[in-house]
Design a protein around this ligand. Structure first.
Ligand SMILES: C[S@@+](CC[C@H](N)C(=O)[O-])C[C@H]1O[C@@H](n2cnc3c(N)ncnc32)[C@H](O)[C@@H]1O
Length: 348
């Protein structure tokens, strides 16, 4: 069972109690209940059930109260319960796979949800009718798209860098196939503060990466270069990809969480510019949250907040959408490489 199989009435009841649900999850995490329910979380193997009495003893809590807490977790679809008799000490539990890591990701120190909460979404709260009618927006001085000034850009790039984990994992898993030991030059278009580039360079000594970004990003990439000690292998090219061609002569060119921010016509134009900028047989790489129910849920914050920012399209697309755009733009050998976020590659 998970929330998507609940009736609308039941799901709304959980959502209306969302703050309490997070209290339960955070408490379960910090108390060690999630570890106790899933001691093999690290290895990903399936564990046996654990009894309510064992759990209560181990955590030093009152069994009847813990039972209610576990009912909260069960209502959220996070634990399975087996009732072997009438008494409380005959109840056994098991966490659904991945619960411990998911709770750590959302409630732990690197939480993206907490990072997003810093943004001024409260400006929209309770005013969605005005927002939908186009009568109210997030002021560009507060959050502009593209970011308006160095302060906004630095803030935004910091948020982006915090969410790079799954993307770095995918690129690393395929580094051998993408560049191996070859001395290739990659242009990371809209490459943020250079954090992804730095991670790629650390593992592939022959690679060189230039970040292409708005001029205000230069000090951010300078800082990443300095902190990573990568020197001239991490370059920066200032420019606006909406205005004029992309710089040429690169063996590979990446768009990481860039294309989904723009209308399809702009994405198409960017792919054509990429085709022109690559060397013959050069490779284009596209990586972002391709649309699945899980990723749409992960995108909920931006779907909400960006209702007030018309210039940012923010639309998750299925992989097939990009396969089609790439083929229409003249690329061949389109390949989808697996990973936490898939990586689409194609050849010029
Ligand atoms: C959603 S962020 C993704 C950043 C990075 N690739 C990542 O995944 O962490 C989009 C990036 O595109 C850049 N960008 C937006 N508009 C741009 C433009 N017109 N020309 C060049 N870069 C732009 C932003 O500054 C930002 O670095």
């Amino acid at each position: 069972m998970n929330v998507t199989t609940l009736s609308p009435r039941a799901l709304l009841s959980l959502l209306a109690n969302g703050a309490k649900a997070m209290d339960v999850v955070e408490t379960a995490l910090h108390l060690g209940l999630l570890d106790a329910l899933d001691p093999d979380a690290e290895t990903g193997t399936r564990t046996d059930t654990v009894s309510l009495s064992d759990l209560s003893l181990r955590l030093g809590v009152v069994p009847g109260r813990l039972y209610k807490m576990l009912d909260c977790l069960e209502s959220l679809g996070f634990v399975h319960r087996e009732q072997h008799g009438d008494e409380l000490d005959l109840v056994r539990y098991r966490a659904v796979p991945g619960l411990r890591q998911a709770a750590e990701a959302v409630a732990g120190p690197g939480s993206l949800e907490r990072d997003r909460d810093r943004y001024p979404w409260r400006l929209l709260h309770g005013r969605l009718v005005d927002v939908l009618r186009g009568e109210m927006s997030i002021p560009a001085a507060t959050f502009g798209w593209p970011p308006r000034d160095e302060g906004q850009l630095a803030d935004f790039e910091q948020s982006m860098a915090a969410g790079l984990g799954p993307i770095i994992e995918t690129f690393r898993a395929h580094a051998g196939r993408l560049w191996g030991e070859r001395a290739l030059r990659l242009l990371d278009v809209g490459g943020g503060d250079g954090t992804l580039a730095a991670h790629l360079l650390e593992r592939s000594p022959a690679l060189r990466v230039d970040v292409f970004n708005l001029p205000a990003a230069e000090p951010l990439v300078d800082r990443t270069r300095k902190e990573s000690g990568l020197g001239g292998r991490l370059g920066f090219v200032a420019g606006d990809f909406l205005d004029g061609p992309l710089p040429g002569g690169y063996d590979a060119l990446s768009f990481v969480r860039v294309l989904h921010d723009w209308p399809v016509s702009t994405a198409r134009a960017l792919l054509r510019k990429a085709h022109a900028a690559l060397v013959p047989d050069g490779r284009i790489l596209i990586c972002e949250e391709f649309r699945t129910p899980d990723r749409l849920a992960g995108q909920f914050f931006w779907s909400y907040f960006l209702m007030g920012v018309d210039t940012c399209v923010s639309r998750l697309y299925e992989i097939e959408h990009y396969v089609r755009l790439l083929e229409e733009s003249g690329f061949r050998d389109v390949t989808v490489l697996p990973g936490p976020f898939e990586l689409i590659t194609a050849t010029r």
